[in-house]
Design a protein around this ligand. Sequence first.
Ligand code: PGA
Length: 237
Amino acid sequence: MKIIIDTPEKIAELAAERYVELLNRKPNAVLGYATGSTPLGLYAQLAKLNAAGKLTFKDATTFNLDEYAGLDGTHEQSYRYFMNKNLFEHIDIPMENTHVPSGTDTAHAGDYDKAIAAAGGVDLQLLGIGHDGHIGFNEPGTPFGSITHVVDLTPMTREANARFFTSIDEVPTQAVSMGMKTIMNARQIVFIALGKDKAEIIKKMIDGDVTTEVPASILQLHPNCEVFLDHDAASLL
Ligand code: PGA
């Protein structure tokens, strides 16, 4: 892991440069995207660079990490809706090239890995981290060999995400997520964590053992992973 500590604004710029480098070298790259508050600065930057003609997504393909079980793509809290509103509608990617796991047809979740492989595998995977160390929705205890699967969300994750719903009862109890192996198969990873509330888990992820109890700790073993942290998230290192 290469660790880069900077301001959130600079992190968005630096992370966006990775997309410029990749898409200029490989216009039909396969991009793994993430949801949550963390990537919003980067997504705004990608839209800005796209509008300025610095990069194009017209031949790219995307695969998102996860989706809530039970929500279809028109639901305002679905991750499909999030991606459309926060990125896809602001860049020149053909909508049919974008993929988010189905939240309603969860019986064949593992087929998502086959679709990723058929597209040539993920070139650049973007990741955030949950307070319990999850990446995607892979909660503590998820086997490192897992592929895309249905997961039970922990109370901590449901509480953290309740801010987007009118009450915690509305937060789905399950999700579909790329597995740990799916994520580790990506050729390059851009990981971002912002804010003091992530400092403790970042310390465990970087300085602790590689363990399924801290899913993100597996990134210590990835050959090409950059970890972008703001000063708050890095404050316990
Ligand atoms: P956040 O979520 O970006 O909203 O903090 C990250 C995550 O849960 O993976």
